[in-house]
Structures are given as structure tokens and as C-alpha cells.
Design a protein around this ligand. Structure first.
Ligand code: NAP
Length: 178
């Protein structure tokens, strides 16, 4: 398995070779236990940024030549609605206990998506995608969507011909506010 905290492995690059890559989906992500400020471990934030933000950057850097060889390439960074600065500032999730590490890293990941979209405009579409509330290890108590269902919806997204970039969309509702 590729650990996104380090350089993209020679093994993965050899498996891809010079073939065009139509879509890069950066799904790997971590969170941290929600704690009040006086007990937040700062390393949890650094760790989450390493995986959730720098990981997708490393993957995009390494795969860019193969993405550019595809006709309508797409980078999807699996984000979260909890990364929305607009929604968080409005208090939309004030009733939820979410770690500093997760909120900080997912909003930073959204900025990465925007920065990539701006640099790669007209060449690679870059989207942030909230997968829904999933019944996974990371999912919350009210999670309702099975991971296979989210994967299936995301798979259909890969066929989209929408040229908008950046986009911040949800697999179970309308587009989100950054
Ligand atoms: N669950 C939800 O309700 C929800 C909601 C919004 C967004 N998301 C996002 O959806 C994505 C998938 O989350 P999930 O719910 O499926 O969580 P999960 O069950 O905890 O799975 C996380 C995945 O990330 C991988 N991963 C973690 N650290 C990695 C690293 N350093 N290098 C490579 N892979 C690594 C894990 O691999 P291993 O199993 O090998 O450790 C695992 O496959 C995440 O980006 C998450 O933020 C989830």
C-alpha cells in the first residue's frame, strides 16, 4: 500500500508506467479524537495535515504528467462538509464534536483543491468531494451511507463531463459552500 506520508513509491509509478491517468482520487484520510483546547495534542494536527493535505499534493505532483496525457483528467480530493469555512463560521456544525485536526486539515485540503484548480485551469479539473456520512471507522453515530454506495456514486462522478473547476460537491446533496 502507498503511504501518502512519503514519496510516491517506485512500485506504484512502475505499475502506471507512461499510461494516461484519467482520474486521481485522493481518499486516504485521518482524524483525531475531539478534545478541548487545553488537551489538544499539536502533533495530531501536523499528522492530519501530512495525510489529508500534503498526501494529495504528493500524489498530484507525481501523477501530473500521466494526468496531462489524458483527454479530460480529474483530481478528486475526498473532503468533508466539515472542511467548509463558510459552514463552520456560520455554526452549522456547532452541535458536533469534531477535532481541531480534522477541521483544520480538511479546510486546508479544500484550499489545496482550489490552488490546484487555479494552476491547472483548462488542463486538469480539481474537485473536493464530500462522500456523505459513511458507516466506516471514521463515520459518526448517525452515519447512514454504506461505503460501497459512496464508492459507487463516486465512480459515476468519474464519467462526468462537467468542466467546472474547482467544485466542492457532495455525493448526497447539492454542491457545498467553500
Ligand atoms: N466516514 C465519513 O462519514 C466521512 C465523512 C466525510 C468525509 N470522509 C472522508 O472520506 C475518506 C475516507 O474515510 P473513511 O470514512 O473511509 O475512513 P476510514 O474507514 O478510517 O478509512 C481511511 C482510509 O485512509 C487510509 N489511510 C489512512 N492513513 C493513510 C496513509 N498515511 N497513507 C495511505 N492511506 C492511509 C486508510 O488505510 P488503512 O486502512 O490501510 O489504514 C483507510 O483506507 C477520508 O478522506 C475522510 O476524511 C469520511
Amino acid at each position: 500500500m502507498q503511504d501518502v506520508r512519503g514519496p510516491v513509491s517506485d512500485r506504484l509509478l512502475a505499475a502506471i508506467g507512461a499510461r494516461p491517468v484519467h482520474a486521481l482520487v485522493n481518499n486516504a484520510g485521518i482524524g483525531a479524537p475531539a478534545r478541548p483546547l487545553d488537551s489538544v495534542d499539536p502533533t495530531t494536527i501536523l499528522d492530519a495535515v501530512d495525510v489529508n493535505v500534503v498526501g494529495p499534493l504528493r500524489m498530484a505532483q507525481a501523477l501530473l504528467p500521466m494526468l496531462l496525457a489524458a483527454p479530460t483528467p480529474l483530481i478528486i480530493n475526498v473532503s468533508s462538509r466539515l472542511g467548509s469555512l463558510t459552514a463552520q463560521a456560520a455554526g452549522d456544525f456547532a452541535d458536533r464534536r469534531t477535532s481541531y485536526a480534522y477541521r483544520v486539515s480538511k479546510s486546508a485540503q479544500n484550499m489545496l483543491t482550489i490552488a490546484l484548480a487555479q494552476e491547472l485551469a483548462g488542463r486538469v479539473r480539481c474537485w473536493a468531494v464530500h462522500p456523505g456520512s459513511l458507516t466506516t471507522a471514521m463515520g459518526g453515530a448517525g452515519a447512514a451511507t454504506a461505503p460501497w454506495e459512496a464508492a459507487s456514486r463516486l465512480g459515476r462522478l468519474l464519467d462526468s463531463t462537467d468542466t467546472a473547476s474547482p467544485r466542492y460537491l457532495s455525493l448526497d446533496g447539492p454542491d457545498l459552500r467553500w
